[in-house]
Design a protein around this ligand. Sequence first.
Ligand code: SF4
Length: 320
Amino acid sequence: MQPSSITSCKRESLIVVSLSGGKDSTAVALLARQQHAAPDCRFVFADTGNEHEITLDYVHRYLPTIVGPIATVRADFSYEIEAKRQYARSIWPTEGVPEVFVERALSVLRPTGVPFLDLCLWKGRFPSRKAQFCTQHLKRIPLDQYLLDRMLEGYEVESWRGIRREESLNRRNAVERERVAEGFDIVQPIVTWSAQQVVDFVLAHGVALNPLYRQGMHRVGCLPCINCQKDELLEIAKRFPEHIDKIREWEHLVSMAAKRGWTTFFADSFLPGETIEQIAERMCIDARVRWAKTAHGGRQSDFLRESAPAACSSVYGLCD
Ligand code: SF4
């Protein structure tokens, strides 16, 4: 963010809460609402295009009844996809990419308006734990642009975020408040809270959590997330098979835009002697779902894992 062009005269303060539809950002929204009146406080949601409809309903219909209006930002990759089209048409043939791969890529390199898919079409691959460009392009950049626009309107901005130290090693040193630039602070008021504290706080205020938490989801961002665990993938396959269908379709489209001709939603890994077809077959979404139904390191099918989902599979003890 480059706030250098922003006026230096005395400015009003504005709290901006980034919402995801998850428990942590909901708790932060409630804290912000407790401490700040409506004109001083805004809420914004970055729509990745890969959320479950339940999350979209929670953010667009339920939460506004609790905290007030919520703005939505969506990344747009039209420019990048057009640039890739031109690159694929003019440069790929000079790099030895087979004509059939060039033609396949050109047939799918059009913006769909779904940010997650368009990002992957542009990159010719899916993000991975090691190359997690989805967070940056689908959330951080659109949210930063929203914050910068508010600063350009003349506000001093506090960006409130639902980050907690215990979430991951990367976040273990997260601080409660950080001044990033003149007129711009990051505030993380639940940085020392546990997951259960967050759940208890939200429920104690009479606010419902995203219903996906009762359906076995640990997190409620993208569904599925590229980092989702075996048990979570199994719950998704059982409860929301249409989202597995979505990923299968995306694997097909993004593979067509890939220079090497294939890619998979979950990161590929190479075993000695495997052909490209064998890797793709082993890592594709249907193979990962088959693996999620197994026990004992994937060597044994498990009847219990394949059975219908329980009515409530909450990891936060939300069952009545
Ligand atoms: S929820 Fe997962 S897939 Fe979605 S942007 Fe975040 S890391 Fe990427």
